[in-house]
Design a protein around this ligand. Structure first.
Ligand code: ATP
Ligand code: MG
Length: 293
């Protein structure tokens, strides 16, 4: 069964002429060379990227090609902000990384482990534990309190005891400034507070990488700052590896180690915030930044 599935993947790979993923040592070496000028993040010679995306392609319904050829590496502890116009494929890329979507071709490797192809459900679940995701629309359980929302993944997925999960939930709610709202239901919280609960929930699972998909886009302007402050704290004091799709240019400029501009299903340009914001190399990047700045 597995061999058949593997043969199908190999056949598809061949048909689309996607080269096999690089050997980890070689990939790390190439990424070191390429990335040292593109990010403010410091990595050691022995380190390997924690996310490697090579020639990622995603097609819906066999015809709508949304990701054409995405290549990106992310290092442990790096904060990468992804910008780009609506429809450029930003959410699709994030969703491919945690396998909410199945890539059509190409490779995604997490900690040097290929996740594209046919993984057993057990492996997929394990992978998802290491990849926290924060959505635009919070996605909290409405019938549970803030504390209950932060506890449920810990008890159900990590099999922690109720006491342990509760202690962790209170700690994480405290860290996002909501220690006094632990017993409130989502409907009794503001949008900004709900999003901070969602972040506490993701962090309580102790993932290796946190993915954010426009976490502040659904918020009233006065509530945005509180959420960004929590994210900044995670990046600067928590050492968290983060991929953040955002339109918050101030946040990207100040907090990101690397800024990635996507359009039409490809990474058009990437670099340090200074490089991308102050000296974009592509017209499309400059036009996009001009249109929103
Ligand atoms: N399940 C799907 N079926 C068909 N097309 C899809 C599907 N999901 C996304 N698309 C298409 O893929 C393209 C990219 O969508 P995606 O949501 O990744 O863009 P985005 O960059 O996140 O945009 P936004 O800034 O508006 O969130 C869009 O044209 C969208 O219509
Ligand atoms: Mg999106």
């Amino acid at each position: 069964m597995f061999d058949k599935a593997k043969a199908r993947v190999d056949a598809r790979r061949e048909a689309r002429q996607v080269p096999p993923p690089l050997d980890p040592e070689q990939a790390a070496k190439e990424a070191h060379e390429r990335d040292k000028g593109l990010t403010k993040h410091h990595f050691e010679p022995h380190e390997h990227p924690c996310v490697r995306i090579e020639h990622l392609m995603k097609t819906f319904d066999g015809e709508t090609q949304v990701l054409t050829d995405v290549n990106l590496t992310v290092w442990p502890g790096e904060v990468v902000c992804v910008l780009g116009p609506s429809g450029s494929g930003k959410s699709t890329m994030l969703r491919c990384i945690n396998l909410l979507e199945t890539p059509t071709a190409g490779h995604i490797l997490i900690e040097d482990k290929e996740i594209t192809g046919h993984l057993p459900t057990k492996e997929v679940n394990k992978l998802r534990q290491n990849l926290g995701m924060v959505f635009q629309s919070f996605n909290l359980f409405p019938n549970l309190t803030a504390k209950g929302n932060v506890m449920i993944g810990q008890t159900k997925v990590l099999k922690k005891s109720k006491e342990e999960a509760e202690a962790e939930a209170l700690k994480q709610l405290d860290a996002v400034g909501l220690g006094d709202r632990a017993d409130f239901k989502p409907a009794q919280l503001s949008g900004g507070q709900q999003q901070r609960v969602a972040i506490a929930r993701a962090v309580a699972m102790h993932p290796d990488i946190l993915l954010f998909d426009e976490p502040t886009s659904a918020l009233d302007p006065e509530l945005v700052r509180g959420v960004l402050d929590v994210m900044r704290d995670l990046a600067e004091n928590g050492g968290m590896t983060m991929i953040v799709v955002t339109h918050e240019m101030g946040f990207a400029r100040e907090v990101a180690d690397r800024v990635v501009f996507m359009e039409g299903g490809v990474v058009v340009e990437q670099g340090t915030p200074e490089q991308v914001f102050d000296n974009p190399q592509h017209n499309r990047t400059a036009e996009f930044l001009g249109s929103i700045g």
